[in-house]
Design a protein around this ligand. Structure first.
Ligand code: RP5
Length: 166
């Protein structure tokens, strides 16, 4: 388990250590903003009891968001969401044969009533899930909100400074 020292506000979970290549981008973003977080492998089909226990404990443990990444028939985000009211942000991890389109459709097509906020396949999705969790926390944290504005402003400046070959 990778974790920061303060009580985690955001839980990052994934179905396999093979998902880390993608999910590390969520963790990197949380680190950049100094968000207390934890990261764990919680496989839906190989560790179903642990998955339910994680979801059931999430709210009492103080988690404000769960970022869940999985590939293939990606049940993890939806099954976590079924067992907790803590918002679940789903990240489709690229799969070997269908390049993550299977993961995306598995995660995004939640039936009405149990939402999973679903992000882009891969690295961008993982980073954006973290940025969304940060934005949620920033709603009640002025300093964090200011840092998020700063982050956006830097991106704007970088785009404005872009040049093209002549
Ligand atoms: C899913 O199966 C995981 O989320 C991973 O994306 C995929 C493959 O897992 P491994 O066979 O690499 O452990 O459960």
């Amino acid at each position: 388990m990778a974790t920061s020292t303060a009580a985690p506000l955001v839980g990052v979970v994934m179905g396999s250590s093979s998902d880390w290549e993608v999910m590390q981008h969520a963790v990197a973003m949380l680190k950049e903003f100094g968000i207390p977080h934890e990261a764990n492998v919680v496989s839906a089909h190989r560790m179903p009891d642990e998955m339910f226990a994680y979801a059931e404990a999430a709210q009492k443990r103080g988690l404000r968001a769960i970022i869940a990444g999985a590939g293939g028939a990606a049940h993890l985000p939806g099954m976590l969401a079924a067992k907790t009211i803590v918002p679940v942000l789903g990240v489709p991890v690229p799969s070997k044969y269908l390049r993550g389109e299977d993961s995306l459709l598995s995660i995004v097509q939640m039936p009405k009533g149990i939402p999973v906020a679903t992000f882009a396949i891969g690295e961008a999705g993982a980073a954006n899930a973290a940025l969304t969790a940060i934005a949620m926390l920033a709603a009640t944290d002025e300093k964090l909100a200011a840092r998020l504005h700063e982050f956006r402003a830097k991106q704007t400046q970088a785009a404005q400074a872009m040049t093209l070959p002549t």
